[in-house]
Every structure is written in structure tokens, then in C-alpha cells.
Design a protein around this ligand. Sequence first.
Ligand SMILES: Nc1nc2c(ncn2[C@@H]2O[C@H](COP(=O)(O)OP(=O)(O)OP(=O)(O)O)[C@@H](O)[C@H]2O)c(=O)[nH]1
Length: 230
Amino acid sequence: MRYPLRSIIMSVLPPVRKDRIIGQLPKCFNKGAALNTEDEFKSKVKTACQQQRTGTVGRFKISKVIVVGDLAVGKTCLINRFCKDVFDKNYKATIGVDFEMERFEVLGVPFSLQLWDTAGQERFKCIASTYYRGAQAVIIVFDLTDVASLEHTRQWLEDAMKENDPTSVLLFLVGTKKDLSSPAQYTLIEQDAIKLADQMKAEYWAVSALSGELLTREIAIVYGICSNFV
Ligand SMILES: Nc1nc2c(ncn2[C@@H]2O[C@H](COP(=O)(O)OP(=O)(O)OP(=O)(O)O)[C@@H](O)[C@H]2O)c(=O)[nH]1
């Protein structure tokens, strides 16, 4: 007896986690640097979901998201907090690239994010950049306590865009380690980050992987991609 591939896949996958079931658009972090300030999904997105026209592989839609940024700014911790809800204070450099898959249900339709964690170390940049191609979203990470890491985000963006179509990629500029920055330091760097996000046409967030504060906003990636896929 033959079974359709999708039924087989669905039967071996665990159910989608409750907090990954998205019925409403998450609020943006800062209206001054947001990709979307609407409260609701676009009607064409809703219609596509209702009509199950959302995927390229059966009902599935897989979106590739690459996470780039300087050495030790917190890319791996960001992904680990988001996907596994854990935090490791010990630093282990990413060698080349790493990969996590996160499943969602958006307006009743299965939706997956591939999160590609890339190495910030110069010597691994060459390997990592071979995985940049075909991204639907790029998360450019900087450390809120390190101004130089914010300045370097332009270069990371440029590198990521060499392999992608700038007109169709969604950009996120994410400041990490908010728990380590003093209010005065945070206010200063945030002003520059918002300005930069505006120039890049990126959505801005400030998060802490240690506390987990605001990290649920990563779910905002979903709506950005969602509103693009029809
Ligand atoms: N206090 C605090 N420490 C953090 C946070 N995020 C990351 N760190 C620490 O910063 C260090 C580097 O974090 P990683 O996530 O490994 O950095 P990375 O950007 O993936 O580094 P590479 O893989 O070398 O590019 C680790 O010691 C983490 O524990 C945060 O939000 N708060």
C-alpha cells in the first residue's frame, strides 16, 4: 500500500507547540522601525490561508532565515532561546553554519522556518556565506553593549545581499544582550540602531537571550514572511 509523502511526514512530526500557533499579528517593537504596523494580516494572506494556497510543497511553506553578525554578539543564544528556550553562558564559537527548524501554524496553515546560524569569525565567513543564498529573511545581529558591532551590520547586510535579491528579502536588525546594557548606554545605541534600521528598511528589536525578554517578538518574522508569500 502507498501513502502520500505528506501524510507520512505529518504522522512522524510532533504537534506544533501552542505558542507557535499564530492567529493574530504580533505587535511591532518600535513603530519607527517596523516592517508592518498593521494589526491584522492582509486580507490576501487570510484568503490564501483559507484556500490553502500558501505552500510550494503541498500545504507546506518553508522559509529560510539567515542570522548574521559579528563574532560573539549572541546569534546562537538568540536562536537557542527562541527554538529551545534555553540559555548557555559559555561561549562556543559556531564553526561554519548550524541549522534549526521551527514549525508554526499561521492562520491554520502549517508553516516552517529554517533558521541558519552562521559563524561571526572571519576565518569561517567564507564557508558561512555559501549558505546565504535563497533567504526570505535576514536577521542582522549586533551587541547592544558594543557600538562597533552595530557599525559592522552594514557590511553584514552587504555580504548577505550579494547572494540574495534585495527587493524580496525581509530584514531585521536585532540588538542583543539588553540585560547587560545600562539605561543610558541603551538609549544612545538604540537611537543609532533605529536610524540604521530605517535606512536599511529593516525591522528593529532589542532582546536578551538571558532573560528571554521580548524574544517572542521573533515570531514577528512570521508575519513579515507571511504577508509576502501570496
Ligand atoms: N548576558 C547575556 N549574555 C549573552 C546574551 N546573548 C549571548 N550572550 C553571551 O555571549 C556569548 C556569545 O554568544 P553566542 O550566541 O555564542 O555568540 P555568536 O554570535 O553565536 O558567536 P559566533 O558563533 O562566534 O559568531 C556567550 O558567552 C553568551 O552566553 C544575552 O542576551 N545576555
